[in-house]
Design a protein around this ligand. Structure first.
Ligand SMILES: Nc1nc2c(c(=O)[nH]1)N[C@@H](CN(C=O)c1ccc(C(=O)N[C@@H](CCC(=O)O)C(=O)O)cc1)CN2
Ligand SMILES: [Mg+2]
Length: 299
């Protein structure tokens, strides 16, 4: 049986190209107009993975020439204290983007906090105004991970019009906005989730298969239509047996090779695009605030 020569989608390379474009635009804005975008990142508590992500975000924000404002709050911060910080950042003219790192401690209502962010500064696109705009197909600030997936798909495939996309997972962070973005890109979209009967059968019909469940090894090689493009959003750290650990996705990578036409590796696929898209969203948000408009890019 002949196998397909599966092409790896290099997320690091795509992310580096996007980051370089943002960096060049930031330098030009500073040179020509003396204006510098600012991003505030808020971390509550000491979750180890979140600390790493926030450190990477603040480092990359500074490295593209933007102002970075880091706010690290203790795990016992009250909802009212966090809402007060968000209100201060909403009112701060040097802050054009606000990101509250998730997950928040269970004592804090994430929805309340995300909805308190000024929609014009909501560079994570997780507040109800931007979610609603994406759903209506209107210009919006779009959540970073699904935006990164969409940019990878468009860079690899060109027009997505008419393709059948299957999204496995319906989280507010990835699955739901991903399905909406693919619908807006004129795909025929199926969203599979924990209650779906025979997810494998749906997956086998996908030209584009996006998997965002956080369940390592869920998608086997025989779930993939030969030649399909597979975007693996899952990132789970698992033990390797020798006291060491490694990162894996939701797709059994070795089984996908020879079946998928293209696939994102884990690590080095979708992950790097998340922060690059955050920088890009911050630049878009700043431009719109300076222009006196408060909407984001076309969704
Ligand atoms: N407010 C938000 N919270 C969270 C988001 C988000 O977009 N907004 N996403 C995730 C975490 N995340 C950013 O916050 C993120 C996850 C992974 C990566 C990444 O580059 N992963 C690398 C591997 C990194 C490693 O070695 O550990 C990869 O996949 O290659 C970047 C950002 C949850 N919270
Ligand atoms: Mg994201």
């Amino acid at each position: 049986m002949s196998t397909i020569d599966t092409r790896l989608i290099d997320g690091k390379q795509h992310a580096a190209a996007l980051t370089a474009r943002v960096s060049a635009e930031v330098a030009q804005l500073d040179r020509e107009q003396g204006q510098v975008p600012g991003l505030a990142v808020v971390l509550v508590g000491t979750d180890a993975a979140s600390e790493v992500y926030v450190r990477n975000k603040t480092r990359q924000t500074s490295s593209v020439g933007m102002r970075s404002f880091a706010h690290t709050l203790p795990a016992d911060t009250s909802e009212a204290e966090l809402l007060a910080l968000v209100a201060r950042l909403n009112a701060d003219p040097d802050v054009h983007g606000i990101l509250v790192q998730l997950p928040l401690p269970p004592s804090i209502d994430s929805t309340l906090v995300l909805d308190a962010i000024d929609p014009a500064k909501d560079v994570d696109g997780l507040g109800q105004v931007n979610v609603g705009r994406v759903t209506l197909g209107h210009p919006a600030l779009v959540p970073c991970t699904p935006l990164g997936c969409l940019l990878l798909l468009e860079a690899e495939l060109g027009s997505l019009s008419g393709l059948h996309a299957v999204v496995v997972g319906r989280s507010n962070l990835v699955g739901r906005p991903m399905s909406q973005l693919l619908l807006n890109a004129d795909c025929t979209v199926t969203t599979a989730h924990i209650h779906t009967v025979d997810t494998a059968a749906h997956a086998r019909r996908a030209d584009i298969l996006v998997v965002a469940t956080g369940r390592p090894g869920l998608v086997r090689g025989d779930w993939i239509k030969p030649g399909a493009t597979v975007i693996d959003v899952g990132i789970t750290r698992i033990p390797t047996g020798s006291g060491k650990t490694k990162l894996v996705g939701d797709v059994v990578f070795e089984e996908a090779l020879g079946v998928a036409g293209r696939i994102t590796p884990v690590p080095g696929g979708v992950g790097p695009m998340t922060i690059a898209c955050l920088l890009s969203n911050t630049l878009h948000a700043a431009r719109r605030q300076w222009a006196g408009r408060n909407t984001g890019r076309a969704a």
